[in-house]
Design a protein around this ligand. Structure first.
Ligand code: DPP
Ligand code: ZN
Length: 889
């Protein structure tokens, strides 16, 4: 497929101010009648090109006159009309087949209901239309369907009419007062439970919040409704953004490609981000729901009121909205806590976000799919809903927040909406608004260099040197940045020049006892200073530093970079015990553990000196000042995928095995402490479940302690896990116990518990997903185990959540299981099987071994053959073809 380039953007030559859609809904064959006003935007009368896919054309007319076949051009992907006037009305009747739609883009069936998914390019599977985000229209939607099958007929905006029709059918008319691009269109038809709340916004608007879900699941939507209400309040209070609708609906769908979709006023969600009750959802699910409900709600302004001009600008809405949902979650976690506890809760959220970035985005940024947060080209836009656009995009917004500060950042946001409300704009437009405030309030500064973050791929490296002059009491810090070429950049000759970026680098200095030193910077004294690194290399000098200090680097992860700094283990241990910045403190412990793990992986896990790590872990285990949630993070070993990024060539089995071995070693060496912690946390578990920061943190620490005891084969581990499984009053504890049991291998206790779990929860699809996922990631699981699980009656590739729970979990998260020749073969087979059903999902699985070119030779060759096997298969979707051709480049 030809690549589409960012530089080729052309505005659409026509405006479509009003669109009326009529649907005669039927799962087998839905008839759509579209009527839109068209107005020429400029001189001449160029052809009117409309996108369409998998549609049958019934008729097309202009100004009421039906066109003969010779008067339009129709091919696989477009319908072209040849206008003869500057204003006219187009009417198109077409048919689509929801029940045949396994790609889950456009109109499709899930359960007994009908749903739509239009972002990015799904609307063209509903009707012929200029399917691009810069064409904005006001929609009136008439839905007709069988009253028994589809008692509820929902679309965007306000319900303006409803009536009974013949033959047991009925009709609903919805009008959306807000102009929108077609990717925000939605309809839902079916039978649902609804939980609702009437609220009054800060601006005095009465609004109705509704959560729709499958019949019988209303009691699982209370948390989602509560999150939605808090999202509305938070956006008012923190961003000054008001709900602009009378009615805001969320509908849960069992079959959904992504997490959720921000359709105007009618969000459609993967049910895994809506349904929760203590008995079936873990703490992580509760927090995931909070962040995704927040995310989609916040899109109402950042995405919907101001949308993207073209899909290259995706990070305009996604990076910004992820930043907003991260802030929301952090504020919620910190809510009601003392100042210290709130700081720790925020640090925990930051640690989790950075871990996700390192596990998913850093590898992407170093692999064949590397792209700037604003990509330059794509073959299939669905492949660019990536960790880079989302998570690195959020980091780029966060750096602007760091540079401007909260108050000025909010002024920048106000300026952005003042300029662009109601428009489809670019990332540059956003930075321009921020820059105007930055320049006005910080004389001499600008975002000129900063903008390069939008056009440069790859994770920059910042090399740090510290020099201390004892005679003069001066400490100087030199930062030097470089960003090696990545992905297709490597093929360029002459080699690509990558100019320096603007990197806000937060720094602190400690004395030899771990006490924070005051740093004089720009005329003031601080414990943490943010250095503006804008050139390839810069040096800052701090006075009154008597002894050689210990540097605390990239505090709070102030930029998405890799720090290079030579220091010994003792210094890391000191920071891990004393750094006053909780993020940098966690980081020091992780670095210490990484060194141990990498040494073990290279020596085949032969005995390595590990006293300093064990003593550091012991000190952290017993530090009474640390919150349980924070302690659970500092005592968790770095993720295998993050570790692999530090190695070349990569030996996934050796690193994963070293991690298992070190877990066992720490489990044994600190057994008494783990047991004491476990018992203290278990005793403190209240009867009433709540996912708040304190109690979820305590459960995280308790289950971590149990996992270490199990890894260390503690004689009591199995009985503790069994007892916890049996007495658990929430899913977090039940899963923690089950996971500890299954981690012991195929023991009778594990087999019994797995069978019991399935029997008890087989009616709940989200819990059955957990059951598959736990087995898929168990360290004893190999390809044949997964093949056997695929034969289980509850398994299907057609449901994305189920495919993710087994196939993706195994291929992407079971390093010990998958990194073998038969694992790679299995993967290729499943990519092809999924591609025949759902190309978007298949293309995500196709990325499981993006880093293959950096693997050790035997793994590398095996992945290479598997990739070739995929590439040679016919037919292959554009989605998978793009991924595989980049991987093989
Ligand atoms: N726009 C959706 C989201 O990220 C994904 N399509 O919320
Ligand atoms: Zn989003």
């Amino acid at each position: 497929a030809p690549a589409i380039s960012r530089h080729d953007y052309q505005p659409y030559p026509y405006r479509l101010p009003r669109v009326a859609l009529q649907f005669d809904l039927d799962a087998e064959c839905t008839r759509v009648h579209a009527r839109f006003e068209v107005e020429r935007d400029g001189g001449g009368l160029p052809p009117l090109v409309l996108n369409g896919q998998e549609l049958s054309l019934v008729s097309v007319s202009i100004d009421g006159t039906q066109l003969d076949a010779g008067k339009y051009r129709l091919d696989d992907e477009t319908l072209t009309l040849f206008p003869e006037a500057a204003r006219f009305i187009v009417e198109i009747a077409s048919e689509c087949r929801p029940a045949q739609n396994s790609a889950l883009m456009g109109l499709y069936v899930s359960g007994e209901s009908l749903f739509t998914q239009c972002e990015a390019e799904g609307f063209r599977r509903i009707t012929w239309f200029p399917d691009r985000p810069d064409v904005m229209s006001r929609y009136t939607v008439t839905l007709r369907g069988d009253k028994t099958a589809y008692p509820l007929l929902l679309s965007n905006g306000n319900l303006v009419a409803g009536s009974e029709l013949e033959n047991g059918r009925h009709e609903a008319v919805w009008e959306d007062p807000h102009p929108k691009p077609c990717y925000l269109f939605a309809l839902v038809a079916g039978s649902f439970d609804c939980l609702e709340r009437r609220i009054r916004t800060g601006a005095g608007r009465n609004a109705l919040l509704q959560i729709y879900s499958d019949k019988g699941s209303r009691n699982k939507t209370e948390w989602a409704l509560d999150c939605l209400h808090r999202s509305v309040q938070w956006d008012e209070q923190r961003f000054g953004l008001q709900l602009d609708l009378d009615r805001f609906m969320v509908v849960a769908a069992r079959d959904f490609n992504m997490g959720a979709m921000e359709n105007k006023g009618l969000n459609i969600f993967n049910s895994s981000y809506v349904l929760a009750e203590p008995d079936t959802a873990t703490d992580a699910s509760y927090h995931g729901i909070e962040s995704v409900i927040g995310h989609e709600y916040f899109h109402n302004w950042t995405g919907n009121r101001v949308t993207c001009r073209d899909w290259f600008q995706l990070s305009l809405k996604e990076g910004l909205t992820v930043f907003r949902d991260q802030q929301f979650s952090a504020d919620m976690m910190a809510h009601g806590l003392s100042e210290d506890a709130a700081r720790s809760a925020r640090a925990v959220k930051r640690i989790d976000d950075v871990t996700a970035l390192r596990v998913a985005q850093f590898p992407e940024d170093a692999g064949p799919m590397a792209h700037p947060i604003r990509p330059e080209s794509y073959q299939e836009i669905a492949n660019f809903y990536t960790a880079t656009v989302y998570e690195k995009g959020a980091e780029v917004i966060r750096m602007q927040h760091t540079l401007l500060g909260e108050e000025d950042f909010q002024a920048g946001i106000r300026e952005y909406f003042r300029r662009h409300d109601g428009q489809a704009v670019t990332c540059d437009d956003f930075v321009d608004a921020m820059d105007s405030v930055y320049r006005a309030r910080h004389p001499g500064k600008s975002l000129d260099v900063f903008r390069r973050w939008y056009s440069q791929a790859g994770t920059p490296r910042v090399h740090v040197t510290l020099q201390h002059d004892a005679d003069q009491g001066l400490c100087s810090i030199t930062l030097r940045q470089h960003c090696p070429p990545v992905g297709i950049e490597k093929l360029q000759s002459p080699p690509l020049e990558k100019p320096p970026l603007h990197i806000p680098f937060a720094l602190g200095l400690l004395d030899a006892q771990g006490q924070a030193l005051a740093l004089r910077h720009e005329g003031q004294e601080h414990e943490t200073v943010v250095l503006d690194l804008c050139a390839e290399s810069q040096t800052w000098t701090f006075p009154d530093i008597a002894e050689r200090p210990v540097a605390s680097l990239l505090r709070d992860f102030s930029a998405p970079v890799i720090v290079e700094y030579d220091r010994d283990d003792a210094e890391l241990a000191l920071l891990a015990r004393h750094d006053t910045d909780p993020f940098a403190r966690w980081e020091a412990g992780q670095e210490l553990a990484s060194r141990q793990l990498l040494a073990m992986s290279q020596s085949g896990s032969a005995k390595q000196e590990d006293a300093i790590l064990i003593e550091t872990w012991r000190a952290l285990l017993h530090d009474p000042a640390l919150s349980d949630a924070y302690r659970a993070r500092v005592l968790t070993l770095p993720a295998t995928k993050a570790l692999l990024e530090k190695t070349d060539p990569m030996d996934p089995l050796a690193v994963a095995q070293a991690r298992e071995d070190l877990r066992a070693r720490l489990g044994q060496a600190l057994a008494d402490s783990w047991l004491a912690i476990y018992q203290a946390c278990a005793a403190a578990e209240p009867r009433e479940y709540s996912p708040d920061a304190v109690s979820s943190g305590r459960r995280a620490l308790k289950n971590l302690a149990l996992a270490y005891l199990a890894a260390g084969r503690h004689p009591q581990a199995e009985s503790l896990a069994q007892a916890q499984y049996e007495s658990a009053r929430n899913m977090t504890d039940r899963m923690g116990a089950l996971s500890a049991l299954v981690g012991q291998g195929d023991t009778p206790a594990a087999t019994r518990a797995l069978r019991h779990f399935y029997e008890q929860w087989q009616h709940d699809p989200l819990v059955v997903d957990r059951w598959f996922a736990l087995q898929a990631t168990a360290c004893a699981t190999r390809t044949d185990t997964v093949r056997a699980l695929m034969l289980h009656p509850a398994f299907t590739l057609r449901n994305p959540n189920r495919a993710r729970s087994l196939i993706f979990q195994f291929c992407m998260n079971n390093m010990l299981g998958v990194h073998r020749p038969e694992g790679y073969e299995f993967w290729a087979e499943q990519v092809l099987a999924l591609d025949a059903l759902n190309p978007e999902i298949a293309a995500r699985l196709a990325r499981a071994f993006d880093s293959w070119a950096r693997y050790a030779p035997s793994n590398r060759d095996a992945v290479h053959s598997a990739l070739q096997r995929i590439q040679q298969h016919e037919p292959l979707s554009r989605n998978v073809a793009e991924i595989v051709s980049k991987a093989l480049n």
